[in-house]
Structures are given as C-alpha cells and as structure tokens.
Design a protein around this ligand. Structure first.
Ligand SMILES: [Zn+2]
Length: 461
C-alpha cells in the first residue's frame, strides 16, 4: 500500500514536475522589456488608461458573468458530472476501508508473519528476505483490491463516458503498471528495511528521507521513462497552434523548442496537458482530446497554466511540502507503530520495526494518516493550482478561453461545490472558482486592448 500511496502522490505531482534547465530568475533586461511593453500598450490601444479602467470595471459584472457561464451548461450534464465527482468522495472512503481491512487481515491471520517465516527459510541474506516478503505482499494487495480497482477505473469510467478502452488493452496496461509497482515498490521496501535495521531508534527520520528521495526521483523520471510506456508523445507540427504556445514559453524563459501531443484518447476522453522534464528534456505536452475540443484561446489558456507550474517551480515546492508532511507522518507512525506492537505484537508475531512481518501495520498506519490528511493534501495541491491559474490568465490573457476550459474540465469535476466541499475534496479549484478568477481578471483588464475578440462569451444580465 505504501508504494501505491507514493505512486498516487507522484501522479498528483506529475503535471508540475521537473525543474531543470537555465536559471529562470527575472533578469533586469527582461523586466525592462516587460515595462516598456506596458508603456507601449496605450499607444496602440487608446482604451488602455487608468481612467478607462476605472470606468469599465463598473460596466462588466464578474459575478453575473460567472453565473452566465455556469448556466450555459445543460442541467442534465451538470447532474451527471456532479454525480461522477461526488461518487469519488465515497471512493476515497471505500479505498481507505479496503486497504485498512487488508492490512488488519494480514496481521490478525498471521499470514504476514508466515510470509516472513517463509522468506527467512528461502535465504539468509537480509535484503533478499525483504524482497521475498515484499513481492508476494504487493501481489496479494493488488489481487485483493482488484475488484474495487476494476469498478473505479474501468466500469465507472465507461458508465460516465470517460473511458475509451475495451477491457483487454485496459488490463494490459494494468499489468504493466503492476510490473512497475512491483519493481519500484520492492526496491523501496528493501531500502526502507535496510534503514530500519541500522537505525532502530531514529528509523522514522531516515525512513522519511528515503521516502522523500524516492518520491522526488519518481516525479523526475516518470514523465521521461514511465509515461511513454503508456502513451506516445509526438511533436506538434501545426504552426497555427505550436507557434503561439512556443511564444508564451519564450516569453517566460521556458527552455523548449517543441510542443508535444500525447495520444490520451487511447484511454480517456478527458482534456489535459502538462509541462515536465529532466535534465534539459523539458517538455510541453497537450493531449489530443484538448487539441480536438478546444479553440486556440482555450489552448493558450491551458498551456499558460501548465507553464505556470514550471515557472513557479511547483515540482520542487510540492516535493518540499509533501516532504514535511512525510516527516510528520513518519514521526507519528513511530509512536503508533511502537504502541501497536507493544499491545498486539505477540498476537500478530510481529517482532519490531526491522521485521518485514510488520509491513502491513506500517501500511495501515500510513493509510489512516493519509485518509485523515485528505483535506490538507488536496489543499496544498489546490493552492499551487490556483497559483498556476493566476499565472496562466496573466500570460495567456484569455479570460473567456479559461472559462470555457473550466467548463470542459467540468465534465469530470463538480463545477459549483459548497466551500467546505471544495476545501476537503478538490485538488484543483472548482469550475466556479476558476471562471470567477477569469471574470475578475477580465473586469480589471477589459480596457487593456488585448481582448479585441471577446469570443463566445454568454450574455450577462
Ligand atoms: Zn495544473
């Protein structure tokens, strides 16, 4: 379960990954250019003046505009996406309960202790013993959680019209994912237990460091070495789309020369994009669903958001924030693990932290902590997403494009949640929040003149 958690974290981080390349601190030369551009603007666009700004702010009501955008979605479509997203709340609970039940079962039935005994009979070398325990353990967990996995990621996705794969290719990708999780998970468990054996008292500290390095590495290598195993990335050749995106990248010192298209329609109908990279392989990629469904203003809005993740250094920031949480989590785990072993260790035949027989207990404690930290984890990610939105709207200058994309993302994310609901469950701002940001920007910047074509905005009342 530990590895699954880490992989989940990494998936969360992925769109904002890798921060290598030239230093991106704004140089005086760049600030110069920006300010001279701003000075030049009023000449080209007479409307761009502070008096005009003051006047037009009153003419455009961002709250009414936001409502108009939201009401442009047919109610049956709204009900469907609300039901899909709210179902996800329950899935968080079922996933937690299932993983907790599996861990308790492994401990209470002493299956975990027996698997440990088996690994000790197979070999005397400690690291191999751990691997002998970890591989069957991970396979067992995968098998027991398969029914929920099948429902959540196959049947439910088809039920809501989000999946495009038939069972055979879906299952093939599952097996590939399992193989990767086995390799990565076994490696992690072997290293963690090597640490636990050497530092019986301070294992939580060193363990946390191992986890941080592991998840950081995963975030760095996944876009380059793991994602291409599931999807094909090819350079986008249409200059009408490529050039405006590259122009935004150049304007923000992002070292890319190509834009990539990823064939996400193989698996899903969702629209998405990402900016990632490792050691000079910085890559801007948008998925083919996005390309098919969106106009250029919408594409620019999305890509400017993704560039925000890169420029604002979100990959490194998220690894740091989560690193702090991992450290706190391991400190709490130490207290809870010791208490549980003192109380039930004899019954479960778990000897202590260095005993792999206690791995399900570690997984249990970690899944409890992660479950209760759900609002904190979501909020940390949501705040960085909001920052990327702010960067995106300022870079793309496409408030209506941003609003339209927010509605398209509404196909799988509830558009207008209650504030507490958004706080607990949303790892991105809700559609309403994003549209409101775009409309507030539009209200404040309407006279800037860059918005000559206010395309497709619904009438406000
Ligand atoms: Zn984002």
């Amino acid at each position: 379960m530990l590895i699954l958690l880490v992989v989940t974290w990494a998936m969360t981080l992925m769109p904002a990954s890798a921060q290598d390349g030239p230093v991106r601190t704004a140089s005086p030369a760049i600030s110069d250019k920006v300010s001279s551009f701003e000075r030049a603007a009023p000449v080209n666009n007479p409307g761009f003046s502070s008096t005009a700004t003051g006047r037009d702010v009153n003419a455009f009501d961002p709250a009414a505009a936001t409502l108009a955008w939201l009401e442009s979605v047919p109610s049956n479509q709204r009900e469907k996406s609300d039901a899909y997203f709210e179902g996800g709340y329950w899935l968080i609970l079922w996933t937690f309960l299932l993983s907790a039940a599996i861990s308790v079962f492994l401990l209470a039935s002493r299956l975990s202790a027996r698997l440990r005994d088996f690994s000790e009979r197979v070999t005397n070398i400690k690291n191999f013993q751990i691997a002998c325990y970890a591989i069957p353990y991970l396979l067992f967990i995968y098998a027991l959680s398969f029914p929920l996995n099948l429902y959540e990621n196959f049947f439910r996705e088809h039920q809501y019209g989000l999946a495009t794969q038939s069972f055979a290719p879906w299952f093939r990708e599952q097996l590939l994912g399992l193989a990767l999780a086995l390799v990565g998970g076994t490696l992690l468990v072997v290293v963690l237990y090597a640490v636990f054996r050497r530092a019986p008292r301070t294992w939580w500290l060193w363990g946390a460091i191992v986890m941080i390095i592991y998840s950081g590495t995963l975030v760095l290598i996944a876009p380059v070495y793991i994602e291409p195993l599931f999807n094909t990335y090819k350079p986008l050749t249409d200059p009408k789309i490529r050039n405006p995106i590259l122009a935004m990248a150049r304007a923000n010192e992002i070292p890319v020369k190509q834009v990539f298209e990823v064939d996400a329609s193989r698996q899903t109908t969702r629209v998405s994009a990402n900016v990632s990279g490792l050691l000079g392989t910085t890559r801007v990629a948008l998925n083919d669903n996005l390309l098919k469904q969106c106009t250029l203003p919408e594409l620019r809005a999305v890509m400017a958001h993704e560039m925000g993740h890169y420029v604002l250094n979100h990959g490194a920031k998220l690894v740091t924030y989560f690193g702090i949480l991992i450290l706190i989590g391991f400190a709490l785990t130490r207290i809870l693990f010791d208490a549980a072993v003192t109380r039930w260790g004899h019954k479960w035949r778990v000897r202590g932290i260095a005993d792999p027989g206690g791995l399900p207990l570690l997984a249990l404690i970690f899944s409890i902590l992660v479950f209760f930290a759900t609002p904190v984890l979501n909020t940390i990610v949501r705040i960085t997403e909001r920052e990327a939105d702010a960067f995106g709207i300022n870079t793309s200058r496409e408030p209506d494009g941003m609003a339209k994309v927010a509605l398209k993302l509404g196909a799988y994310r509830k558009l207008d949640p209650a504030p507490l609901e958004e706080f607990i469950f949303f790892d991105h701002p809700s559609g309403r929040a994003r549209i409101r940001m775009a409309m507030d920007w539009k209200a404040a910047n309407l006279p800037a003149g860059q918005l000559a074509t206010v395309e497709g905005a619904p009438a406000t009342r």
